[in-house]
Write a new protein. Structure first.
Length: 406
């Protein structure tokens, strides 16, 4: 049996679990509060839901540290993304006890991030990190949390749908610096991720057999892949090999600039887009309208033509658009979805379907195919109908002639 008592004016309670005594302050001067808390604890012990007082003292910061350690131990490649998520979560939840973080607090966080101009997708990544903290805490021995709060997710309507048509690809290839052309070619033909391309080393490339081998652990989803080289793709890498062997024999990376690995090429990319006639483009965070930067207007002077908002984000042609392009091209070429997913490195079907973009040309082609099917079906039915009528008439005539001869 538990009991309650006073220390000074504050009530404390004492109870037992497996013969071990626990003493806990109610932080209240009211006897009714002590009775209520004692009854709660005894009920939790009877139902096997009491994990000690340690659970109620665990802070958000401790759960965040456990999440980072989990990513480091398992060598997850999105560690930087988790650090960024925690950077935004900490000002709102930092120093709070984990048991005090409720759905209401989570919703307040969502509102604050939206007011700061964060996209729904970005907020969802941060909420996923928060939920992962609680999941890890619940799996600890002993548990650091006993209850995971409901964490709502937002609808994401900011998924990009950009891609490069063949003429756009050729134009961009002509405008890019020489050292970036092979990177563009590889992305266009395979849909590989930018990081996978830039980190590719010569030990992974077999020019004789014409293939690239991506070992497990070198890809984002940690699954091995083999990609074969053909045509322009093969010629591009063969040329890289010749340049490397002649000028930079010690360079380990397939893609380089003056013998050094390429890390960032955004300036060269934007310059090439301008040469191709693409104006800097932005998307309004308020209404979603796409705004092009006119000549003679500075970026800080630009506002949304539709709602007048100054909250604009960059919305130009991205290198990542080549990933969607590669997927779509493979499907159009008749490559099975399973093989295409293996080449591009997509692990889940949902993401792959999102990347397999349908544009107006695809929709027009679909309409033409349906129309042709309808016409062919009508012609077939007419042919069958005409043949049937002709056969019936001939049959009747044969019977009449036979009767007359009798």
């Amino acid at each position: 049996m538990g009991t309650y008592y006073q220390r000074g004016k504050v009530f404390w309670i004492k109870y037992y679990r497996h013969g071990k005594p626990y003493r806990e302050s109610t932080h209240s001067t009211k006897k009714s509060t002590a009775k209520r808390l004692l009854k709660l604890r005894e009920g939790q012990i009877a139902e096997g839901r009491f994990n000690g007082l340690r659970v109620e003292k665990v802070l958000f910061d401790e759960l965040a540290a456990d999440l980072i350690n989990d990513y480091i131990i398992n060598r997850k490649k999105s560690l930087d993304r988790v650090h960024l998520s925690i950077k935004h979560l900490a000002p709102h939840f930092g120093k709070m006890r984990a048991v005090n973080i409720t759905t209401d607090y989570v919703k307040k966080y969502i509102v604050r991030r939206q007011e700061e101009g964060a996209e729904n997708g970005t907020i969802n990544r941060e909420l996923s990190a928060l939920k992962r903290m609680y999941s890890l805490g619940a799996r600890q021995t002993p548990s650091k949390v006993t209850q995971v709060p409901y964490i709502p997710k937002l609808n994401e309507n900011n998924v990009r749908t950009g891609f490069f048509e063949c003429d756009e690809y050729l134009k961009l290839k002509g405008a890019l610096p020489f050292y970036l052309k092979p990177i563009l070619v590889m992305a266009y033909y395979t849909g590989m991720r930018r990081e996978e391309i830039l980190s590719l080393e010569w030990y992974q490339v077999n020019i004789i057999e014409g293939k690239i081998t991506l070992d497990a652990g070198t890809t984002k989803n940690d699954e091995p892949r083999i990609i074969y080289l053909k045509g322009e793709f093969y010629e591009s890498l063969l040329n890289q090999k010749i340049i490397r062997d002649e000028k930079y024999p010690k360079c380990r990376h397939v893609f380089f600039r003056e013998g050094n690995p390429i890390k960032d090429f955004r300036a060269a990319w934007d310059s090439a887009l301008l040469k191709c006639g693409y104006r800097p483009t932005f998307k309004c965070k308020e209404c979603g309208a796409v705004v092009e930067l006119p000549e003679g207007i500075k970026r800080n002077e630009l506002t949304c033509y539709k709602c007048g908002s100054e909250k604009l984000k960059k919305y130009d042609k991205l290198f990542h658009d080549l990933r969607r392009t590669g997927v779509r091209n493979m499907i159009r070429a008749g490559v099975t979805e399973k093989v295409a997913m293996n080449i591009s490195g997509h692990k889940t079907r949902s993401v792959f379907d999102r990347y397999n973009i349908v544009n107006e040309a695809d929709l027009k082609s679909a309409a033409e195919k349906v129309h042709k099917l309808h016409e062919d079906t009508v012609k077939k039915h007419k042919k069958i109908a005409n043949g049937h009528n002709l056969g019936t008439i001939n049959s009747i005539r044969h019977k009449e002639v036979a009767n007359e001869t009798r």
